[in-house]
Design a protein around this ligand. Structure first.
Ligand SMILES: Nc1ncnc2c1ncn2[C@@H]1O[C@H](COP(=O)(O)OP(=O)(O)OP(=O)(O)O)[C@@H](O)[C@H]1O
Length: 612
């Protein structure tokens, strides 16, 4: 596809969001044009009135004369012209007002409808994008695209594009009327239009880099404030308040200076623009007066002409600005279509739902994230259904990657081994089905800004309160929750600040238990819990888990020593495999870590030790 084909495709991608709201924009445009039409009548009425007073007659056969003659015969018209003229001004102003109202109402409906449709579609699409896509794209950037860029596109379609059409209509209409009154004077007025538009176009394209810099400085300042507020505990703990204040001052200064510079540029622009407009008005006035004195036009013509000319000044000046700002939309359309073009995660037709309470098997699995170095190297193991399987390994050894692969967040490439559940390659099992049947608790669980009860019950459609308490009981967090004034109705604040790390982990365990999944994964999810509670939770889990298959990942040997089978992972390779006793007897990595952890004092034991 060539460049213009690509641009058209992008424009079509965006224009489809007009479905359901596009007709409002057309109505807004039509109402806006009618407003312009009625506004154009007033100078004609003034022209007629003035010529009537002075007894000049070039406008005698004009449109207003023709309309008035419809209502009253010539004789009566003479006596009532002032009333008629006043009524005509009032009627045209009222009509203009009414159409302005409708134009704004339709514009708001069309514009908000377009925005809503675009946001809805983007949100829905992002929800369905693969996890790997999220891994490659920064959250802040995605949010920026869904807010700022979407807003710029809305302005482009619903404001700038409409404005350009409205201005072009106004210019064509007014120039047609002006040409009908005096061709020579109209040619002078017309000659200024490209100069004014060209000047503002040139100016705005020149200062767009200053605008961009100032916008970026604003983003920088916001990010600084956000980081500071999020990390307020660290700032206080390290006594970094003054340092943070200085850093903020620097960014704030830069931000202010950049906007002052933009302000200076804009002052030059407005000043020079005023001068240009004034020079044009002066030229029209001088030439118009000469033509009037020469009898080429009436006094009414001159006044009406000057009035039309003045009404053209602002729209023409803003045309350059609007056209120049429209170019920004191209970048935003690119940024939004980048998200929309990303392939959604979809089930292939051959993927099915199979029983998940079966053996899990990794067969010669090799895996690397994108172009990065290999993370898993020939990993093979089998987890019999209903058993507890533990994985021990140093930081970055690939433990979580195994879970990502099992959950189909990433798929294995051809020839890189196989993962099966009940003998079925998981590539042939629906992704949604896999995830629904694998309960997962992560090391740093994410809790929503909702009540604790809602957080626990999120995985279940119609949760019963006794089920919520039951799950919380197994996760040893029921007692702690009841100690809060509002119990299960306690709101978990932004990022769950009202709960301790260990409490959050336990709420996440309770949430996972609600899922009653046949496979449960605990990815270092007891790390923030003290050793005693860890033992209690595991005992309660053992009792309640029934036939579920459990995968335990931990740095703490006491957490996983009772597992049916333990795998030691070293730099993506299976280093050891066996029961606790077998591994101790081998005298390898596992037994070394065991010795270190067992010899540590209680304090260290509570924190857990990384097995590196
Ligand atoms: N989404 C990703 N994209 C690219 N590289 C990744 C991604 N996730 C993990 N890695 C890399 O893969 C390697 C294994 O990471 P993984 O999270 O599986 O280790 P881990 O054993 O669970 O570590 P930890 O105990 O610290 O959680 C690391 O080098 C990590 O940097």
């Amino acid at each position: 596809m060539n460049a213009s084909g690509k641009s058209m495709k992008k424009f079509r991608d965006i224009a489809r969001f007009l479905k359901g709201s596009g007709h409002f924009l057309i109505l807004a445009l039509a109402a806006g044009m009618l407003t312009t039409l009625f506004n154009a009548l007033t100078p004609q009425i003034i022209r007629f009135t003035v010529d009537h007073l002075t007894g000049e007659g070039t406008s005698g056969d004009g449109i207003i004369q023709a309309v008035f003659s419809q209502f009253l015969p010539d004789g009566q018209l003479q006596g009532n012209f002032l009333i008629l003229a006043a009524a005509a001004v009032l009627i045209s102003a009222s009509c203009a007002g009414i159409f302005t109202y409708f134009s704004n109402v339709f514009m708001a409906k069309g514009s908000e409808g377009f925005l809503k449709s675009m946001r809805d579609q983007l949100y829905r699409h992002i929800q369905r994008l693969p996890y790997s896509w999220h891994g490659k794209n920064r959250t802040g950037d995605i949010i920026q695209r869904c807010t700022n860029d979407v807003e710029i596109i809305r302005q482009f379609i619903c404001s700038q594009l409409m404005e350009v059409i409205r201005i072009v209509f106004l210019v064509v209409l007014y120039m047609a009327i002006m040409f009908s009154m005096n061709v020579k004077l109209s040619l002078i007025a017309l000659a200024f239009i490209p100069v004014v538009v060209g000047y503002s176009l040139y100016f705005y394209s020149k200062i767009s880099s200053s605008f961009l810099e100032a916008d970026e400085a604003e983003g920088d300042l916001t990010a600084k404030v956000q980081e500071n507020l999020t990390g307020v505990r660290v700032v206080r703990a390290f006594g970094r308040e003054m340092y943070e204040i200085h850093r903020f001052d620097e960014k704030n200064d830069r931000f202010a200076n950049l906007w002052i510079r933009v302000g200076r540029f804009m002052s030059v622009y407005w000043g020079a623009g005023d001068f240009l407009t004034g020079a044009q008005a002066m030229t029209i006035l001088i030439a118009g007066t000469v033509f009037t004195v020469q009898g080429q036009m009436s006094l009414g013509d001159l006044i009406a002409f000057v009035s039309y000319n003045a009404s053209l000044a602002w729209p023409i000046r803003s045309l350059g600005r609007v056209l120049s700002n429209m170019s920004k939309a191209g970048v935003s359309i690119d940024r939004v279509t980048y998200i929309l073009d990303a392939q959604e995660e979809q089930d292939d037709p051959w993927e099915k739902e199979v029983p998940m309470d079966r053996d899990i098997s990794f067969e010669h699995v090799h895996f690397a994230y994108e172009q990065d170095a290999p993370v898993l190297d020939d990993v093979s193991f089998t987890i019999p259904a209903g058993s507890t399987f533990a994985i021990l390994g140093g930081t970055g050894s690939g433990k979580s990657t195994i879970v990502h692969l099992l959950d189909r967040l990433y798929d294995l490439d051809e020839g890189c081994g196989k993962i099966t559940i009940g003998g079925v390659d998981i590539k042939n099992i629906k992704k949604g089905w896999v995830r629904k049947n694998i309960g997962m608790v992560l090391q740093e669980p994410f809790l929503y800004s909702r009540t604790i009860g809602e957080n626990i019950s999120i995985a279940k459609e119609h949760p019963q309160s006794h089920e919520i308490r039951e799950s919380a009981g197994i996760a040893c967090v029921d007692e702690a929750i009841l100690q809060f004034e509002n119990g299960y109705e306690t709101m978990v604040g932004e990022r769950g600040v009202t709960l301790s790390g260990g409490q959050k982990q336990r709420v996440a365990i309770a949430r996972m238990l609600m899922q009653k999944a046949p496979i449960m994964v605990f990815d270092d999810s007891l790390s923030a819990v003290d050793a005693e509670t860890d033992v209690k939770i595991r005992a309660a889990l053992k009792e309640s888990m029934g036939k579920s298959t459990v995968i335990l990942i931990s740095h703490r040997i006491t957490t996983l020593m009772e597992a049916d089978r333990i795998m030691v992972l070293d730099n993506g390779r299976v280093a050891e495999m066996g029961t606790h006793e077998e591994l101790l007897a081998q005298g390898g990595i596992y037994s070394k870590i065991y010795d270190i952890q067992m010899n540590l004092d209680d304090e260290a034991l509570k924190g857990g030790i990384a097995c590196e």
